[in-house]
Unconditional design. Structure first.
Length: 496
């Protein structure tokens, strides 16, 4: 091979490939090693209960629409409406589309810019003056000479092109950074979707919990009204005092007030659900139906899988990659910018001969621009890029730590709620037995009505607590599913 070819070969390779000044990217390490098992998962704590238990599917992860495992058809329908009508989700989707458009803009820098600028110019000069005036129009400029001299008309149709060579990887790193940001916004979109579905499920079970409380209070009001009638009858026969009647009346009215008060929180839950499904609160309602669902079996997987199953972790990792590429963009500013430019077209004084071979015009060239002094601006930009990268790394690690915390928090909540619910159901059974005994003693005239009121109050309090625990189990189950990523995995992000 000749010497010129030996020199041209690496130059051509440099022009095509250039170099990359960004550090080689590797996913940041996590703050600590992943545990082999979840700390708060102790299966023995869940044995012999009707509450939550660990599922053991073959692959150990959540699949499909996770809310369907909660077993409520109306909830399933509401969750589907979130995907098509929620405005927060629509905003997240628009943000992702904008990020995709930025990728297309960045990629366009790899190609030459081509423009056409046809013009017509008339120029001339007078016999005693070289003055001319210029009129600028949409198709070019027209120059009109001073009085009395000769005038000429020039027609031009030039095709101009310029191309910045990406010798130092600035453009390629810009493309990589915008692509990583687009992937991050895709993960943000899925994280928003997961969060909205989770919010809806939590609100739904809180609403159903209120419905269950109302049914309990409705039944209690009926029972207390019967006790009031019984006390009035006993009063007529002289076996109950005015005080007993007043106490029975007070207890009844107090319970009715508690029953009425539930309407406030139920309305607020219903209105919040309306917003999530994209409906006006004024025209949206959910029929009353007590909470009947029990916590389902939730596939947990292993802790090391969590990094691939949470979209917020994926978004944080993609932004680390984005700002790693931005370091390369900042470093490339130290090197010269090389631009190739050219022009080809036609120019003639006669329109009839404009597009003929003799009227051809052309020009080709190259330019180099190098900043010699900027007062430390480029160095500061590199330091800023490095600091931004470190910020994103810390954010990624914090997101990972928070993810493990949320899973362990909800595992602990479910484990403890399962124990507490079993204990509370025992307390309800004991309170029912105590009330039955006290009612018999009151009918026989052994104990005053105050003892009945005390037993009824204790039973109602324990029953309401049991219903609250059941609702909390359902919401903690939803939050656990959300903490586990809700069936999402990082393979859904489009590769670039």
């Amino acid at each position: 091979m000749s010497a010129p070819r030996l020199l041209l070969a690496p130059l051509a390779a440099l022009l095509v490939a250039g170099c990359n000044l960004a550090p080689e990217y590797t996913r940041p390490s996590t703050p600590s090693a992943h545990p082999a098992a979840w700390k708060e998962l102790t299966p023995a704590d869940f044995a012999s209960t009707d509450g939550w238990k660990q599922a053991e599917p073959r692959d150990g992860v959540i699949r499909g629409n996770w809310w369907e495992m909660l077993g409520d058809p109306l909830l399933d329908e509401l969750e589907r409406q979130v995907d098509v009508a929620n405005q927060t989700l629509a905003q997240a989707y628009a943000t992702h589309r904008a990020a995709e458009a930025v990728v297309a803009q960045s990629r366009s820098q790899l190609f030459p810019t081509v423009a056409v600028s046809p013009s017509v110019t008339r120029s001339g000069s007078g016999s005693g003056s070289s003055h001319s005036s210029t009129i600028v129009g949409a198709t070019g400029s027209q120059v009109v000479g001073g009085g009395g001299g000769t005038a000429t008309t020039q027609y031009q149709v030039p095709l101009e092109a310029s191309w910045e060579l990406d010798l130092w990887g600035s453009i390629r790193n810009t493309i990589a950074a915008s692509g990583d940001e687009a992937q991050a916004t895709a993960a943000d979109l899925e994280n928003t979707r997961l969060s909205l579905h989770g919010q809806l499920a939590v609100l739904y079970f809180q609403l159903r919990g209120q419905d269950a409380q109302k049914q309990l209070l409705d039944d209690t009001v009926v029972a207390f009204r019967k006790m009031l009638e019984l006390t009035k009858v006993k009063h007529e026969y002289g076996t109950a005092s005015d005080f007993d009647v007043a106490q029975a009346q007070t207890q009844l009215e107090q319970t009715i007030a508690q029953d009425t008060d539930l309407g406030i929180s139920r309305s607020q839950f219903e209105h919040a659900i309306a917003v999530l499904v994209g409906k006006a609160a004024s025209s949206f309602s959910i029929p009353v139906s007590p909470l009947r669902s029990n916590p389902p079996a939730v596939p947990l997987g292993i802790p090391s899988q969590l990094l691939e199953r949470r979209p917020d972790i994926a978004a944080a990792e993609r932004r680390v990659a984005e700002f790693n590429a931005q370091i390369g963009v900042a470093k490339a500013a130290y090197f010269p910018t090389v631009t190739l430019s050219g022009e080809f077209g036609f120019a003639s004084t006669a329109l009839s001969s404009l597009f003929t071979l003799p009227s051809r015009i052309w020009a080709f060239g190259a330019s180099l621009a190098q900043t010699l002094f900027d007062g430390g601006k480029r160095q500061a930009q590199v330091e800023q890029a490095l600091a931004n990268y470190e910020f994103q790394v810390a954010g990624y690690r914090q997101t990972v730590l928070t993810a493990f915390q949320q899973v362990e928090d909800n595992l602990a909540a479910l484990r403890i709620l399962s124990q507490e619910r079993r204990q509370q159901e025992d307390a309800v059974a004991s309170a029912q037995k105590a009330l039955a005994l006290e009612m018999d003693r009151y009918r026989l005239g052994v104990d005053p009505y105050l003892n009945v009121i005390t037993a009824q109050t204790i039973l109602l309090s324990n029953q309401r607590t049991a219903l609250t625990l059941r609702m909390e189990q359902m919401t903690a189950t939803v939050q656990l599913i959300e903490a586990l990523g809700g069936g999402w995995d990082a393979s859904r992000l489009a590769s670039r």
